[in-house]
Design a protein around this ligand. Structure first.
Ligand SMILES: Nc1nc2c(ncn2[C@@H]2O[C@H](COP(=O)(O)OP(=O)(O)O)[C@@H](O)[C@H]2O)c(=O)[nH]1
Ligand SMILES: [Mg+2]
Length: 371
């Protein structure tokens, strides 16, 4: 039994495989780790397999899994999970895009109690070297979609991560495409996660295998994880949905307060409608803020990025204003340009305002501090 297994998915990596294995093995020795290296190859037509077999002769901790069906990166990593001989898995690309030295740190963080440790390109201290604009845009798009499911995680589609075996032991993974981490986060069982910044450097040798099909598969994957979370309530994505529901309930309480205060001030206090409305809206915002701050987004011990309640209130006010502007703009635009019924247009406006309010608040007002 090993301390950890480093899973290296490969397809046509004859130019890189020797280097990555040597470097990972050096990290093991430097940190006195009893580590396994598991290369999962999709039956590469080049010399990858021959080189790994040659290295297996001198290093007893190197293992090779050659797959002949269901070709794919995510499928290969998931197969690696099944064949690994340890309780802690690290996944790393073969092309030296990920710094092997971080493996030791990831291992330590798992030992310290984290279930998932992610090498992040998008947190402070991380980055991407030498990527063409097109790759950057695609990656940012994928990251944005992933963050809708996991708003706390800066890089939910990173290819460099570590997990405890029991995160995926019972999970019904449906691996496809490139983003195995999103699948693990969406369907695995985990509570504590940690991100470590790193600088991604694009491969020097060989070619990338990213295709258009990959992007379509990714969108399907996000939809699939969303549906899965509705049925599997122990999944992390369900934790987010619960927040959406609570936010919605709070929103409805705000509507009741807004209406009630408006009527009370107009009918019984003799306020003019504009003044009564401004007071009613303010009270509703305050009501929503307090419920969201103490209930919807109650943090379990982790410090918030906006540490004082006043800061969060100011942020919430600003975001709410944006939501109101969206509601107003949609209502008027749909009535004017689409001749839509104003009540339907308003409901669409309210819904879009709600989506804005939830996601922007989730990302900026109530987000835990990542260190
Ligand atoms: N087993 C397997 N590995 C793959 C496949 N596609 C890519 N890889 C490996 O996954 C890692 C990342 O692939 P790469 O083409 O560098 O993707 P990029 O870094 O996103 O451009 C590398 O180690 C590849 O050899 C595949 O279909 N099967
Ligand atoms: Mg690469």
């Amino acid at each position: 039994m090993y301390d950890l297994t480093v899973i290296i998915p490969t397809f046509k990596e004859e130019a890189n495989i020797r280097t990555i294995i040597t470097e990972v093995d050096a990290v093991f020795r430097k940190n006195a780790l009893n580590g396994e290296i598991l290369v999962v190859d999709d039956n590469s037509p080049d010399n990858t397999i021959a080189i790994v077999n040659e290295l297996k002769g001198t290093k007893t901790n190197v293992n090779l899994l050659v797959r002949t069906s269901d070709h794919g990166l995510s499928q290969s990593v998931a197969d690696g999970f099944l064949h690994a001989s340890s309780e802690i898995f690290v996944v790393i690309d073969a092309d030296m895009s990920h710094p092997p030295a971080l493996i030791a740190k990831m291992y330590d963080e798992i030992r310290a109690g984290n279930d998932v440790v992610i090498g992040s390109r998008y947190m402070e201290g991380g980055g991407i070297k030498k990527w063409p604009l097109k790759r950057r845009i695609i990656s940012l798009g994928a990251t944005f979609l992933g963050r809708l499911l996991f708003p706390e995680i800066t890089d939910p589609v990173s290819g460099f991560f570590a997990i405890r075996k029991n995160v995926v032991a019972q999970a019904q993974l449906k691996p496809r495409g490139y983003k195995i981490l999103l699948e693990v986060l969406g369907k695995g069982v985990w509570e504590h996660d940690k991100e470590i910044p790193f600088e991604f450097s694009d491969r020097e040798i060989g070619t990338s295998k990213l295709k258009i099909k990959t992007i379509i598969e990714y969108a399907q994957q996000v939809a699939d994880i969303t549906l899965y979370s509705f049925v599997h309530h122990q999944s992390a994505a369900w934790r987010e949905w619960k927040k959406v529901f609570k936010f919605g309930i709070v929103g409805i309480s705000g509507i009741v307060i807004n209406q009630g205060v408006l009527v009370a001030l107009k009918e019984y206090a003799g306020f003019s409608i504009p003044v009564a409305s401004i007071c009613a809206i303010q009270l509703a915002i305050l009501n929503n803020f307090l419920w969201n701050d103490t209930w919807t987004f109650k943090s379990k011990g982790q410090p918030q990025r906006l540490s004082s309640r006043w800061q969060r209130l100011v942020a919430f006010e600003a975001v709410s204003l944006g939501g109101a502007v969206i509601n107003f703009a949609i209502l008027n635009a749909f009535v004017m340009f689409l001749a839509m019924d104003y009540q339907i247009a308003n409901i669409i406006g309210i819904l879009l305002g709600f989506i804005w309010n939830f996601f922007v608040n989730r990302r900026f007002t109530w987000v835990t501090k990542r260190t």
